[in-house]
Design a binder for this molecule. Sequence first.
Ligand code: G3P
Ligand code: CA
Length: 313
Amino acid sequence: MIPSTKSARRLHGGVRGFAGALACIVLALATVAGACAQVESRRRGDPWRDEARFGIALAARPLVVAHRGSSGNWPENTVPALLAGVREGADLHEFDTFESAEGVPYLMHDRTLDRTTDADERLGRAAVAATGAELEFLGVLDAGAWKGPPHRGVRVPTLEEALNALGPGQTAMIERKDGRPEPILALLDRMGRMEFDVLQSFDWAWLAEVRALEPRVQLGALGSGPIDAQVLAKLEALDVDFVHWKHSDLDARVVGELRARGWVVGAYTIDDPTRQTELAAMGVDFLTTNEPGALVARQGAGSVLRSTPASAR
Ligand code: G3P
Ligand code: CA
């Protein structure tokens, strides 16, 4: 059951100012029932059958999510890693974002630039913060050399560059590590990708902010640890579309419970074929892996499939 406050928040999300609020009160009497029905129907839908959720059909196999691009063999969170994920047949392309000094979202995983760029060498000091780094500085960094000589000279992409590289046919799974919702949402809107790409975060307060601002975007809650009644209640209050959980904290009971409540369920980050097969048998909807090509190949060979084919449900 979706709390009525959530429906009201979605309904009022775009309203600004007193006049708008007054108009909304009148309109709300006529529309709130319809809005509630729409939200409830979305949440009650069987993820197997709800082909609109990730902009692609959910199939009789877990979808393959390329983690930070195809990061096993390519420098994570870069355009070459994303393009490798596309070539290898990943269904979605996960990456992480921070916000630059100018307010521009860009791709980076760690809170500092040290591990995956030469920022520390260039500045002659360690622990160079990712939050608030200047675009001009980010633009000259080498984000590939740490992965090996063949990747030398690869750049740190902005979110816009990453989405342009993926193109209109590939779904991005954007994990916000730090930064405001507005620049990400504005970009998705401008690029016509609001209902196509998906947004996720470990920061559930940030997810609530996003939902209040934008009812259209598909949102995912990242997490780890036991999923008890308290966690389920928090997830319900968030109104997210998918739950993306640490694979070692998932079992068949938990996956079944989450899916029965209408969420698409994913597991991160798993490269081991035996564990991938176990998770698929539990019914997870997507698997996040550093080696998407290997998982696509396993599925092509008939393994790592869902326990129950979509056609039989
Ligand atoms: O998308 C799930 C996974 O990326 C979360 O962990 O640390 O790799 O961002 P992390
Ligand atoms: Ca991530």
